[in-house]
Design a protein around this ligand. Structure first.
Ligand SMILES: [Zn+2]
Length: 214
């Protein structure tokens, strides 16, 4: 249940601001009410969903400040992730890495924006797995989910396709055992991503009817 909701949020099927009506989710997923409630509670604890008095639950809409904080946290965590990836770990996960890079290349060559965002995001989560450090990868999973909200709210419509080549460069450094170089490339990559965000975009969050009327 938690995965079903968080995946829908990650792929922007439930964009920021969407009201989450428990009864509708129970019906749509033929799910148990208690399971839906506890999944929503978990998402609230992870800052993915916000509950406001009298307004119920909705998918969170991170502020510009929160977006910057998430990126600062990603810089710390993801540099840690790559520093934890030895050449041995790269070898152990080579099949998953190759399959991912193929899927990412395929997506970025097309024009399905959701597929592109999903694959570009998956790269970061995959590196979390490759690090074989559950603490880092759990923190990273949360940060990536929060990033998907940020991308939905603040990223320009055109997605720079250089992201795929930056991912490739990080992997090449790791394959050579150059963890310091990979960490530096990751830092550049995240700075690049953050610079693509537009915090004064007019196409900003849809009006929350509930908030507007109360
Ligand atoms: Zn990336």
């Amino acid at each position: 249940m938690f995965d079903a909701l968080s995946n829908a949020i990650a792929r922007h099927s439930l964009p920021p601001g969407t009201r989450l009506v428990e009864a509708q989710i129970v019906e749509a997923l033929s799910a148990n009410r208690n399971h839906v409630q506890s999944a929503i509670q978990r998402l609230v604890l992870q800052n993915i969903v916000t509950i406001e008095p009298n307004c119920g639950a909705h998918v969170s809409e991170p502020s510009a400040q929160e977006a910057r904080d998430v990126f600062a946290a990603r810089r710390a965590v993801e540099q840690g992730v790559v520093e934890n990836i030895s050449q041995d770990k790269m070898k152990r996960h080579i099949k998953a890495l190759e399959a991912h890079m193929q899927a990412e290349f395929g997506a970025t060559a097309g024009d399905d924006r959701r597929a592109i965002i999903r694959e570009l995001c998956n790269f970061h989560r995959l590196l979390g797995n490759v690090s074989e450090n559950k603490v880092l990868s759990t923190i990273l999973d949360n940060l990536m989910l929060r990033s998907s909200l940020i991308v939905a709210l603040y990223q320009r419509n055109d997605i720079p396709n250089c992201q795929h080549s930056e991912h490739k460069a990080i992997l090449s450094a790791l394959e050579l055992g150059d963890r310091e170089g990979a960490a530096a490339l990751m830092l550049d990559h995240l700075n690049h991503l953050e610079s693509e965000l537009q915090f004064n975009d007019e196409s900003k969050p849809a009006v929350d009817l509930c908030k507007a009327l109360v």
